[in-house]
Write a protein that binds this ligand. Structure first.
Ligand SMILES: Nc1ncnc2c1ncn2[C@@H]1O[C@H](COP(=O)(O)OP(=O)(O)OP(=O)(O)O)[C@@H](O)[C@H]1O
Length: 236
């Protein structure tokens, strides 16, 4: 049975249709990559999954429950592309603030803050105000925050964009371990072809329409191509 069911959703922004009749399913404990060029609707799709864009058409359910309920019961972790950070708080204060929102026990909070800020290479900057962070550091902090409460569903908007290869690999190992050991379901927007290739499930978006939903090997078989970009162009 599917963990997430997206059924015929459409979305308009300022009366302009952006997402068009999108349907797909996601299984528990898998990593799904949403791939497409800038402006294809990746962020809006993720925002819609996270419940930030009210649905104008269609339904989204998670474990047979409306997805909005999942957010309320704190089972979802969402890393937006921007926002969610306070310039005059440092990384540790952010993590503490969000831990309180999630009502994590004090000891768990201390352990997770160190573990996650170390994971994203911010432990050494944990007392620096976010206003002094680079965009990449802000992104890393957003990722750490989204992981804080060990959510069962993680929605990540380009989590590894612009980061160094060593950190990229460490984050990927961490995410894969969450999926395989804890059954965490991960949905991420990415513009990096190599990230799509590493994962089993890919959704290709073009101008707000889903042009492919399936595995990478099936995509290559279908299009007789050997790269994601060539396959994407073939389907366009
Ligand atoms: N709040 C909004 N109001 C109106 N149009 C919007 C809004 N947010 C996004 N759009 C438009 O919706 C389309 C999809 O945007 P979206 O940010 O989801 O694309 P994306 O694939 O995530 O791109 P990128 O990789 O650059 O983030 C774009 O044409 C964008 O201009």
């Amino acid at each position: 049975m599917a963990y997430i069911d997206v059924n015929n959703i459409s979305l308009k922004k300022r009366s302009r249709p952006i997402l068009h009749h999108i349907s797909f399913s996601i299984h528990k404990g898998t990593i799904t990559c949403i791939y497409g060029p800038s402006g294809s609707g990746k962020s809006l799709l993720l925002n819609t999954l996270a419940g930030y864009c009210p649905l104008q058409e269609g339904t989204i359910s998670c474990n047979d429950q409306p997805i909005e309920k999942l957010y309320l019961i704190q089972k979802m972790g969402f890393m937006p592309q921007t926002g969610g950070l306070y310039p005059f708080l440092n990384a540790k204060e952010h993590m503490t603030y969000y831990s309180r929102l999630y009502q994590l026990p004090h000891k768990t909070t201390q352990v997770r803050i160190k573990e996650l800020l170390s994971l994203v290479e911010l432990w050494g900057h944990s007392h620096t105000l976010v206003s002094q962070y680079t965009n990449d550091m802000k992104r890393s902090l957003s990722l750490a925050i989204s992981l804080l409460h060990r959510p069962s569903l993680l929605l990540l908007d380009e989590p590894t964009y612009g980061i160094n290869p060593v950190l990229n690999k460490r984050i990927w190992n961490y995410l894969k371990d969450l999926a395989s050991s804890f059954g965490t379901t991960i949905v991420m927007a990415t513009s990096l072809e190599e990230e799509v290739r590493m994962n089993s499930h890919v959704l290709l978006l073009q101008k707000g329409s889903l042009i492919y939903d399936g595995t990478v090997p099936d995509l290559f078989n279908l299009t007789h191509q050997t790269t994601i970009n060539d396959a994407y162009t073939h389907l366009s």
